[in-house]
Design a binder for this molecule. Structure first.
Ligand code: NAG
Ligand code: NAG
Ligand code: NAG
Length: 177
């Protein structure tokens, strides 16, 4: 049994080495840049962002440590609210700085446009939420963005406090195969 096992294992290893070599020469690292606009409604009947958990007895606001929000924002290629939707920004934010300044961001960009339909990008990291430009890491992806890594910046493009509506511009730079 043991003798029989050795050649098979070697064969497997040899094949693995061969296929790894083929992959490396076929796949080329690409860099993709894009600007996306997140349309966010933080209150009212059509909200796309809502606090879902927090410390009892405290206000569940962005500035309060321990508050968790869930979001599902439509994404467009231009700031226009009525522009075609190219995907959704779905995930959670948790205010994770005791002083309320930093939020932990876990957002999937779920593409539905023709070019990237079915592919996703995963954003994860701490965001200095009250700064003008917030930079977070892009840690992975699926579909056309397999093995993706890079970074994304967020900046508020438009804010309408009366309707709790805001538009965030997100610039993504990712390297992927
Ligand atoms: C919420 O969405 C519905 C359906 O799209 C729309 O008719 C309504 O005017 C919206 N309400 C507000 C406050 O934007
Ligand atoms: C995206 O893929 C879904 C399911 O595969 C399909 O129903 C839809 O029509 C596609 N959308 C575009 C814009 O290609
Ligand atoms: C995002 O990209 C736009 C151009 O598409 C640029 O004008 C803007 O300054 C960029 N924002 C950041 C924070 O780099």
């Amino acid at each position: 049994m043991a003798l029989n096992f050795v050649p098979k294992l070697l064969l497997v290893l040899a094949f693995a080495a061969f296929s790894t070599g083929a992959r490396r020469s076929e796949l080329e690292l690409k860099e993709t840049h894009m600007s996306l606009f997140f349309h966010d409604i933080a209150a009212g009947p059509n909200f796309t962002l809502i606090p879902v958990a927090g410390i009892a007895g405290k206000l569940w606001t962005f500035a309060q440590f321990g508050t968790a929000f869930v979001t599902d924002d439509p994404l467009t290629e231009t700031p226009d609210r009525n522009a075609p939707i190219i995907g959704r920004g779905q995930g959670i934010y948790v205010t994770s700085g005791l002083d309320g300044r930093n939020t932990h961001v876990l957002i999937s960009i779920v593409f539905t446009n023709k070019k990237y339909n079915g592919s996703t990008l995963e954003i994860q990291g701490t965001s200095k939420q009250f700064e003008k430009v917030r930079e977070v890491s892009v840690v992975s992806g699926t579909g056309q963005f397999r093995f993706a890594r890079g970074y994304a910046t967020f900046e508020t493009y438009l804010l309408d406090p009366a309707t709790f509506y805001s538009v965030e511009r997100c610039n993504v730079t990712v390297q992927h195969y």
